[in-house]
Design a protein around this ligand. Structure first.
Ligand SMILES: Nc1ncnc2c1ncn2[C@@H]1O[C@H](COP(=O)(O)OP(=O)(O)OP(=O)(O)O)[C@@H](O)[C@H]1O
Length: 704
């Protein structure tokens, strides 16, 4: 059960051997039938619960996308453990759609998919790994970090960290990724792994989970011929040695790769153009008058045929339909148990309770699309057997055959398989917090952001340098506060808005594979990114506020707290908008509208708001943070002296103290609340938008 170095499946038991000092009880690898493997040496354990080999059968799959276009029509096939099925066809014929169906991500109009005898359901989806055509990763993590996090999240808690790391080492080794393990994954902005390395990294992440069924969408695209050959050879050996079932889509395989496959499903216009053994495909085409030239790559040849005229395509599809039915018939003839199944099925379908029939003979002919089967009636004298011919139509034949393919006829499902999260909530939270921090840090604390923050801090400090505490300077002091709150609101909001959509791709992929709970991710995201979110505003405040004229440490820290709270609230709103809107243009428009309205109604730019529009102030998050900063600054700090010549504040006319109370300053800017209420409302914003973000991911933007 071992992955080997040059096939990525090693020969024997060194694979995933536990460290010698491990004292935990050993699990013994179980074979398909649940019997402990007698070959397994003591001390050797597979890191994951053993899955039965999976036989995949799909019958008459029909799919319409966007309610208008039928992309797949009546596609059927079977792949047994140890086999590799290649899905080929011209671009756009429906290969990826088929894999999406097989992985349970696309809804079927009709047809069914079985894993062994169990219909594809949420539980058995977890035993499938799907290597997507696109390589979806966090670009700033290195390959090794990516694999380590995948192992920490997807390998069970029963393994220690060091065992998981050993497993990562092994996978890196067998996929020949040693040289690039410390290279970042990269994206179109930053150079990182090459295309081929990314493909192998993608496969490595999925291999970690020891899946029983692997679906790979164009794993060889972008690889040179030698790498493609090596990869396919590895997959082939993996399937054979480990009893894995593999379905792979390929575009134009070399002749060498083509002959590695066991079965071929050729799709043309969403319909089957061939399904069967790979070594019979050339005969199939020559049977309908399309003969391959000597030394021609059969893969190129068959693709040329299915890209031919409409007439040719229809001819191939019709022949494939006939051949497929013959194939089922032939397979039935080869099965010793079929007769009983025919009989049972016949009784079931025809409500025939006559128990006297026994299976005595095999199908006697197949004609006109019908198959005739003979049964003997045991009630008659054995010397005078009365054969009864039962006619079974094509659909019944197909159903019978697919039914008969199950190798686990004694059980209807993997009863020993109960699905649960691979790791506890706490492990998920811990690992995801760490990953979020590591992944977000290069972006949030990039050199450019540091330069921008320090420069703006200095600029704001110089612009409003040591302002006197007079009514004449009041507008400028308020200007610093308003600028600070709005700037960090925009920074956090748009930062989140732009960074979340790519992240959503990764978490959707991981959620689809059942790696962790959404709640663990969500909580980890908040906690993991918190230090990064507050670092830059804190640095800005540290630079600019003392330059403005610091009065006490308590004022400094209280103002900082409100600045940070405002930043975190803005980040929550950005997260909600980013999670909800799939279209970047829409999310930018909504955000621009909201943040600009927030500024307009914040209390600094417009103080004479028409009464019918005043309710808008209550939706402005900046409004609350800005008010609180004023309350703190103008009551705890040095008080603002009235203008001796002409004051805007009536209190100055009557007051003997000559200073303006903070409440008068705040009230002059429209609706005002006490400090505690503004704080509660800001926390309310925070909780509501975080909750909305979660609900959106949970129910609206959940992975299919
Ligand atoms: N959401 C969708 N709505 C409507 N049509 C779609 C949708 N997704 C895919 N299609 C169409 O379905 C067809 C099959 O797409 P699919 O991606 O399965 O093809 P493919 O064979 O994998 O192609 P390629 O080899 O180029 O990757 C294409 O014509 C595609 O345009």
């Amino acid at each position: 059960m071992i992955i080997s170095k040059d096939l990525f499946l090693l020969g024997d038991q060194d694979y995933l051997r536990l460290p010698k000092d491990d004292k935990r009880p050993r699990k013994i690898e179980r074979l398909d039938n649940g019997v402990a493997n007698p070959q397994e040496p003591p001390g050797c354990m597979h890191p994951l619960p053993a899955h039965r080999p999976i036989e995949l059968t799909f019958t008459n799959l029909t799919v319409t996308l966007d309610d208008k276009r039928q992309v797949l029509r009546n596609i059927s096939g079977v792949v047994k453990p140890g086999q590799v099925l290649a899905v080929m066809g011209p671009s756009g014929c429906g290969k990826t759609t088929l894999l999406n169906c097989l992985s349970g991500r696309t809804k079927l109009d009709s047809g069914c998919i079985h894993l062994n005898r169990e219909r594809l359901n949420k539980r058995c989806k977890r035993r499938i790994c799907y290597v997507l055509q696109q390589d979806v990763f966090f670009p700033d993590l290195t390959l090794r970090q990516t694999l380590e996090y995948a192992a920490l999240l997807r390998l069970p808690d029963s393994l220690s960290r060091s065992q998981k790391m050993q497993y990562v080492d092994h996978i890196i080794d067998v996929l020949d990724l040693n040289n690039c393990q410390d290279t970042i994954i990269g994206d179109y902005m930053k150079r990182g792994l090459s295309g081929g390395e990314k493909k192998r990294a993608n496969i490595a992440c999925e291999l970690l989970t020891n899946p029983a069924l692997m679906l790979l969408d164009e794993p060889t695209t972008g690889l040179d011929s030698h790498s493609a050959y090596k990869l396919m050879m590895s997959l082939k050996k993996y399937a054979e040695k480990e009893g894995k079932t593999i379905v792979v889509t390929v575009h134009q395989p070399s002749s060498q790769i083509f002959h590695m496959f066991d079965k071929l499903l050729l799709i043309c216009n969403g319909q089957t153009a061939y399904f069967g053994d790979i070594n019979k495909v050339v005969n199939f085409f020559s049977g309908i008058g399309m003969t391959i030239a000597p030394h021609y790559n059969p893969a190129d040849f068959i693709l040329e045929q299915v890209k031919g005229t409409e007439e040719m395509k229809q001819k191939i599809i019709a022949a494939a339909k006939r051949a497929q039915d013959d194939y089922y018939h032939q397979e039935l003839l080869n099965l010793n148990c079929t007769c009983d199944k025919y009989l049972n099925n016949y009784r079931h379908n025809h409500n025939n309770s006559n128990d006297n029939y026994n299976c005595q003979s095999w199908p006697i002919n197949a004609a006109n699309g019908h198959i005739c089967t003979a049964f003997s009636d045991s009630s008659t004298d054995s010397n005078e057997k009365c054969y009864t011919a039962i006619t079974v139509n094509e659909d019944e034949v197909r159903t019978l055959w697919l039914d008969s393919q199950s190798h686990s006829s004694t059980s209807t499902s993997d009863e020993d398989f109960t699905w649960q999260w691979p790791t506890s909530f706490w492990t998920q939270f811990k690992v995801l917090s760490q990953r979020n921090f590591q992944e977000a840090r290069p972006q949030m604390l990039s050199t450019l952001n540091w330069v921008q923050t320090i420069a703006l801090g200095l600029l704001a400090g110089l612009l409003w340098f040591q302002l006197p505490r007079t009514e004449q300077s009041l507008h400028n002091i308020q200007g610093w506060m308003f600028f600070s709150t709005t700037y960090w609101m925009l920074f956090a909001h748009f930062g989140t808005l732009s960074s979340f959509p790519p992240e959503r791709e990764v978490i959707n992929k991981e959620r689809q594979s059942g790696a962790y709970r959404l709640s663990a991710y969500y909580l980890a995201k908040m906690v993991g990114e918190l230090p990064l979110t507050i670092t830059l505003p804190a640095v800005y405040h540290l630079i600019s506020y003392p330059m403005l004229g610091m009065h006490s440490f308590s004022t400094f820290f209280t103002l900082l707290l409100f600045l940070l709270l405002n930043t975190i609230v803005a980040q929550s709103v950005g997260f909600f908008v980013g999670a909800f809107c799939m279209d970047m243009q829409v999310s930018i428009t909504i955000s621009a509208l909201y943040t600009l309205a927030t500024q307009l109604f914040g209390g600094y730019l417009a103080t004479n708001i028409p009464s019918w529009l005043q309710w808008m102030q209550y939706l402005s998050m900046v409004h609350y943070a800005y008010q609180n900063m004023q309350i703190v600054e103008f009551s705890d700090g040095e008080l603002i002296k009235c203008d001796p010549v002409k004051s805007r504040y009536t209190v100055c006319d009557n007051s003997t103290s000559g200073v303006i109370p903070a409440s008068d300053i705040v009230n002059a800017q429209g609706a005002s609340f006490p400090l505690w209420l503004n704080t509660v409302i800001l926390f309310g914003f925070l909780i509501v938008f975080r909750l909305l973000g979660y609900l959106v991911l949970r129910f609206i933007r959940k992975p299919k």
